[in-house]
Design a protein around this ligand. Structure first.
Ligand code: ADP
Ligand code: NI
Length: 218
């Protein structure tokens, strides 16, 4: 099988598996991260496109958020899938490493990604977490987890550890302050930083409007 056939088989597998997912971690999130990653890669040097495309597509194949917090579920599922397609072990190890480290782990926790492929997938994934799509995904996630949209009596927290972030149950609006508004300053690539500016502004404007409507006063 050629590399492009492996990428296409992976895309098709995800399309079937995540077609009806309703928490914002659906096939179209994976598709957009794949497209954004290829776009960002155009302005970067020495990118291994095969690893990049596989990682972008597979980064949420078994997210810890939907597997009882099991951080190894993603790397394990990606390995199983790629081994079934006889992908080189070195490529699989790289994909596993990025999946392990790409997830946001708390406001005060540094993202440990050293390879260009990992950094591009990070920026593509975080771009899809902000802007209009990001707002939509966040409310879809909150609904899927049965959380209140907003509670003015519960303050946002800047988490110091992944454990604390993982166990947090805060209302959906707090997620903007605990993660989404921080993302523009955590981008690694030039393109990621540029694209994040406008999407950040869209969220700020949305929050201002949302909070002004919240208590029902005109
Ligand atoms: P990450 O790996 O950084 O968590 P994902 O691709 O898994 O990124 O998607 C994270 C998205 O899921 C967030 O941007 C948001 O839309 C949604 N999400 C995650 N946690 C929460 C939360 N506590 N409240 C609301 N939405 C959330
Ligand atoms: Ni993602």
């Amino acid at each position: 099988m050629t590399n492009s056939e492996i990428v296409e088989k992976t895309r098709a597998h995800l399309e079937v598996k995540f077609n009806t997912e309703s928490s914002g971690h659906d096939y179209w999130h994976m598709y957009r991260v794949w497209q954004l990653a290829k776009q960002i890669a155009k302005s970067e040097k020495d990118v291994d496109m095969f690893t990049l495309e596989l990682t972008a597509l597979l980064h949420d194949v078994a997210d810890w958020k939907f597997h009882d917090g099991d951080e190894e579920a993603g790397p394990r599922a990606a390995r199983k899938w790629l081994e079934s397609l006889n992908v080189d072990n070195a490529v699989i190890e790289h994909v596993e490493d990025v999946i392990r480290n790409v997830s946001f782990k708390g406001a005060n926790v540094e993202t440990k990604l050293t390879t260009i492929e990992g950094r591009i997938v990070h920026d593509a994934d975080k771009l899809d977490a902000i802007g209009a799509i990001g707002i939509g995904r966040t409310f879809a996630y909150g609904g899927a987890k049965g959380r209140p949209m907003h509670d003015p009596n519960i303050s946002a927290i800047q988490h110091d550890s992944f454990e604390a972030y993982k166990n947090s149950n805060s209302p959906t609006i707090n997620h903007f302050y605990e993660k989404l508004l921080l993302l523009k300053d955590r981008m690694f690539t030039k393109t990621g930083k540029q694209l994040a500016q406008h999407r950040h502004k869209v969220m700020e404007e949305f929050l201002e409007e949302f909070l002004s409507e919240w208590d029902g006063r005109c």
